[in-house]
Design a protein around this ligand. Structure first.
Ligand code: SF4
Ligand code: SF4
Length: 382
């Protein structure tokens, strides 16, 4: 599996986050004039999708029904086969292939890769697991180094209540079959001056959907009881991420939430906290096929909603803020987002399972950054 190591140890070495298998697959494709994917089911379809997204050339999918012509074709023009079926079918397929093919012409992705691709590139899986992150507020009162939303260097920007109402009405009209939950995120959500109105607007339109609000907890002690009670009444669960800020003790805040009946969960900080940084490559030269192992890409069954658009990745979403802060020229393309006023539900799932052009800006490494306060330097993100 990929060498993803996060949140542990005292080492800030840069790790490759890519499974070497993908590099081997790229070499396999490059060195074979003709490639077939074996399998047309969930895994075969997913592998074919990955090939298309990565710009890998292939000549179609084959199944056991094709063995006769495959045999005669191979004897004249040897080709490569990439296995796109589950382990359970190997015992009946591989012995037949090995009867007429050389080992070097059969590429078998690991079980993990095949299984993960089968889910990550499945429309059915996306439809079943979908959720929405409403990006409320771009600024933050903590300003962590290498913050993935670029909060320390963002100019002010927030979701206005009227705009959110309009956008949520549009989402309701889209009749998306399943929205598992709605998260309110930022920046720091509690800095939004009309946060309660955002909650009320969302709750009235989606009375049954579980809703969470992410916060660093710093403001919980300074808001009125009535503010916290309203959070309880709108049925919002707070997700409080703890940071090792010297002198910060949130126990009193938790007691207050308990007293007022507010539902909350805590993401604890145990000892040294680390941030996962994807250094930006301003030349946008990361090969297409590497996008798939990005943890942000793989983890997310959700889209960010901000002012009429869905974004798969916050990096693409915040490119303008980054450009304004540092004078860079990160470009967001049309394929990096969805305009919610120009789509139908199936477009959402197709977008979710697809690579976005912005992935070319992310270096194929992940760096562990010990948590600290930002000095607003470009090196924190590059
Ligand atoms: S708490 Fe830190 S990581 Fe979270 S939004 Fe604020 S600056 Fe970014
Ligand atoms: S733009 Fe693509 S590669 Fe970069 S963090 Fe987002 S999903 Fe990952």
């Amino acid at each position: 599996m990929a060498e993803v190591r996060r949140w542990s140890g005292n080492d800030t070495t840069k790790y490759s986050i890519y499974n070497k298998e993908l590099d081997q697959l790229e070499a396999f494709v490059r060195t074979h004039k003709k490639i077939y994917i074996f399998g047309e089911g969930k895994i075969g379809t997913a592998v074919a999708h990955y090939f298309r997204q990565s710009g890998f050339r292939f000549d179609g999918c084959v199944t056991s029904d094709d063995m006769e012509w495959m045999k005669s074709d191979y004897s004249q023009n040897p080709y490569g086969i990439v296995m796109g079926v589950g382990d359970g079918l190997f015992f009946e397929i591989l012995p037949v292939l090995y009867r007429f093919m050389h080992d070097k012409d059969i590429f078998i992705p690991s079980s993990d890769v095949r299984e993960n691709m089968g889910n990550a590139f499945s429309i059915d899986y996306a439809r079943e697991n979908f959720w929405i992150n409403i990006f409320t507020e771009s600024q933050c009162n903590l300003n962590c180094k290498s913050c993935s939303t670029f909060a320390p260097v963002c100019k002010s920007g927030r979701y206005e209540v009227d705009q959110l109402k309009k956008d949520l009405l549009r989402i309701k009209a889209l009749n998306i079959p399943k929205i598992n939950f709605i998260n309110f995120t930022g920046g720091e959500t509690f800095l939004h001056p009309q946060l309660l109105e955002l909650f009320s607007c969302a709750r009235k339109l989606f009375p049954e959907i579980p809703m969470n609000c992410y916060t660093n907890g710093l403001k919980i002690l300074s808001v009125e009881d009535s503010y916290l009670s309203a959070i309880h009444e709108w049925g919002i669960t707070l997700i409080i991420t703890e940071y090792p800020l010297p002198g910060l003790h949130l126990e009193e805040a938790y007691q207050r939430l308990d007293r007022l009946g507010v539902s909350y969960n805590v993401i604890y900080s145990e000892g040294q906290k680390y941030f996962s940084k994807r250094p930006l490559d301003f030349t946008k030269s990361t090969p297409k096929y590497k996008y798939y192992m990005c943890p942000r890409y793989k983890m997310c069954d959700s889209l960010f909603l901000y002012k009429g658009k869905f974004y798969k990745c916050i990096y693409a979403f915040m490119s303008n803020a980054f450009n304004q802060a540092f004078g860079t020229s990160l470009i967001t393309q049309r394929e990096d987002y969805l305009d919610i006023y120009k789509i139908k539900p199936d477009d959402i799932y197709q977008y979710m399972i697809s690579r976005i052009p912005y992935c070319g800006y992310c270096s194929p490494i992940e760096e562990l950054v010990p948590w600290g306060i930002s000095e607003k330097r470009i090196e924190e993100w590059s």
